[in-house]
Write a protein that binds this ligand. Structure first.
Ligand code: TPP
Ligand code: MG
Length: 588
């Protein structure tokens, strides 16, 4: 290979032009980036030439595979899905200010979800009279020049930088990827003017292997002792987590700790599988529903292990005497403007490492009283069993053939089996998905991590590209489905041969804003008048996917038909074609 690694010193063929763009693309590949999810424009002429040259020379493997995405938010969501499942950041190439703006809420999701991704956007050319190659040639080059393009993403990226010369573009790319991957991981943003990306320069050697992400941090011994001692003395210890399972290997580590000391686990607005839902120490899920959760109120020692919102104190809070410890890769949430917990200790640590430290400390000392542990495990197991019996009763089919969300999730669970990768964006049905999917295997459940709907459409494509052997299933609201630019996402799935099943919880509108209003105005006019955001007359949601991506499309209105339709849809997916099943649940 001429371009990459130490081979950069080799002979340069006559027909080879080396530019900032070629070095940039080589650096992405050197950094392990496999895909460039791209929406190209006039700022990318150097990149387009680079790919064209590589195609001519048979060297496309030197660059990330260029994946054309007809919408930028789908591109970023695809990179998000890929990184969530694989841990590997990918690149997203967008056009100047407008492409950056079209990333939309997907940048919020990547940021809040702590997902590594490298975003590159061109800047408008900086010269206008032909001074340099790449100078302005189109009217939009004046219009797309903005005061502070990088500022548009500031607040959502960990790092933003302008590439000012090709002479150190590789270093800038490797550094950006290092920053993106170091915990707390997140998106990074590079920009460069067209003239810079067109700059001719000698082939750039790969910088050394200096760019590993920051190594995981452990708890200092004093803090391990402090938390272990609190657990030893606790009457009702509880772990609350939302994203410990970002590291799937942390899940069995948490199981071991909880079994050792009989610690209950609650998942609060989970965006990962953090603890097996079928484990007797799993004590349920907290979402937004108003009301005090007894398990949280009873706890005397609480360890918050990876959560941005472990509870919502306005309606659900721990006892004022509870001792609370926060252990997190991001313990004080520097990117969230207003955030605090009544905790006695905040510790920055890799969660798997910290959990193993606690397990080792508690095992060594032998100070856990076996009788207490056994009795507590039995008591918590009874709470778990009662909870599950209540949930099981709710998922039985109704005699009138109406499809409830509970029944829908139960049918999905039975159809997809325990190993499918599920992306959840079912909004008002988030709690129902948590309770009835019963996800129990690490790496099988993902949320966006943020609050910008429309993530699952693109994320499913990225997930399938990262894990081609897995069945990928998205559970989405009808509103979320439409936010996800389904024509773009479904087209991309077909183009990239990345099929998945999408199940739409179709209540023909937005339920959630109404639920939000009830929480603030329980006796207000919205409740009295039955305000709704209805999508009447409704689009043929599944038909959009058929038209854009050749997907198998079905709409289900009767409970009895649901299992068979899901089976058919999964058969289509297994055969290589996406499927969208729109399921009519009671309307808003
Ligand atoms: C990009 C974006 N726009 C708006 C919202 C505000 N919002 C929150 S829930 C919701 C309704 C979503 O509709 P649907 O997916 O059908 O879910 P449902 O509430 O009906 O369960 C909206 C619009 C949001 N979260 N993200
Ligand atoms: Mg809806």
């Amino acid at each position: 290979m001429i371009f990459t690694g130490k081979g950069a010193q080799e002979v340069k063929p006559v027909s080879l032009v080396s530019t900032t763009s070629t070095a940039f693309l080589e650096a992405l590949r050197e950094a392990g980036i496999r895909y460039a999810f791209a929406n190209l424009g006039s700022d990318h002429t150097g990149i387009i030439e680079a790919y064209s040259q590589a195609a001519r020379l048979g060297r496309l493997d030197d660059y990330p595979e260029l994946v054309t995405c007809p919408h930028e938010s789908v591109a970023l969501s695809a990179a998000h899905g890929y990184a969530q499942v694989s841990g590997q950041p990918q690149a997203v190439l967008v056009h100047t200010d407008v492409g950056t703006q079209n990333l939309g809420g997907a940048i919020h999701n990547a940021s809040r979800g702590r997902v590594p991704v490298l975003i590159f956007a061109g800047l408008s050319p900086m010269t206008q009279e032909g001074e340099l190659r790449g100078t302005r040639t189109e009217h939009i080059h004046w219009l797309q020049d903005t005061i502070d393009q990088r500022g548009m993403l500031r607040g959502y990226v960990k790092h933003d930088q302008e590439i000012r010369t090709g002479r150190n573009v590789k270093q800038l790319v490797h550094r950006a990827v290092q920053l993106a991957r170091s915990e707390p991981a997140g998106p990074v943003y590079l920009v460069a003017a067209r003239e810079v990306m067109e700059e001719e320069l000698p082939p750039q050697p790969a910088p050394g292997d200096w760019w590993a992400p920051v190594a995981p941090a452990a708890l200092v011994p004093e803090v391990t002792d402090e938390i272990a001692a609190a657990l030893e003395q606790a009457r009702d210890p509880l772990v609350v987590t939302s994203y410990l399972g970002r590291d799937p290997a942390a899940v069995p580590a948490l199981v071991e700790l909880c079994e050792l000391a009989a610690i209950g686990v609650v998942e609060s607005s989970p965006i990962r599988l953090n603890f097996p839902a079928d484990h007797p120490l799993h004590l349920g899920f907290h979402w937004n529903r108003p009301g005090q959760e007894a398990v949280l109120a009873q706890a005397d020692v609480i360890i918050v292990l990876g959560s941005d919102v472990p509870w919502i104190p306005g309606h659900n809070r721990p006892s004022s005497s509870a001792r609370i410890f926060v252990v997190d890769i991001d313990p004080v949430k520097s990117s969230l403007p207003m955030w605090y917990l009544p905790a006695t200790r905040y510790a920055l640590a890799d969660l798997r490492t910290a959990v193993r430290q606690l397990t080792a400390r508690l095992s060594l000392r032998g100070r856990l009283d076996p009788g207490t542990v056994v009795a507590r495990a039995a008591r918590l197991g009874a709470v778990h069993d009662a909870q599950r019996a209540e949930w099981a009763a709710r998922e039985r089919p109704r005699p009138d053939d109406v499809i409830t969300p509970e029944y829908l999730v139960a049918c999905v669970r039975e159809a997809i089996g325990p190993d499918a990768v599920v992306l959840t964006e079912a909004v008002a049905s988030y709690p129902v998905v948590s309770q009835h999917l019963r996800s129990s295997r690490p790496g099988t459940l993902y949320g966006s991590g943020g609050g910008s709907l429309g993530w699952a459409g693109g994320a499913a494509v990225g997930t399938k590209l990262a894990a081609p052997e897995r069945t990928v299933v998205s559970l989405v609201g009808d509103g979320s489905y439409l936010f996800g630019v389904p024509a773009s996402a479904q087209w991309l799935a077909r183009r990239q041969a990345a099929p998945s099943l999408t199940v739409i919880f179709d209540n023909q509108g937005y339920r959630t804003p109404f639920l939000s209003t009830i929480a603030v105005h329980p006796d207000g006019d919205a409740v009295r008048t039955g305000f709704s955001v209805s999508f009447e007359p409704e689009a043929d949601l599944a038909g959009v996917a058929a038209a854009a991506g050749g997907a198998y499309a079905a709409t289900v209105t009767a409970a009895a038909r649901l299992p068979q339709t899901l089976r058919q849809a999964l058969a289509e997916v297994a055969a290589g074609r996406s499927a969208v099943v729109s399921v009519q649940i009671p309307p808003v």
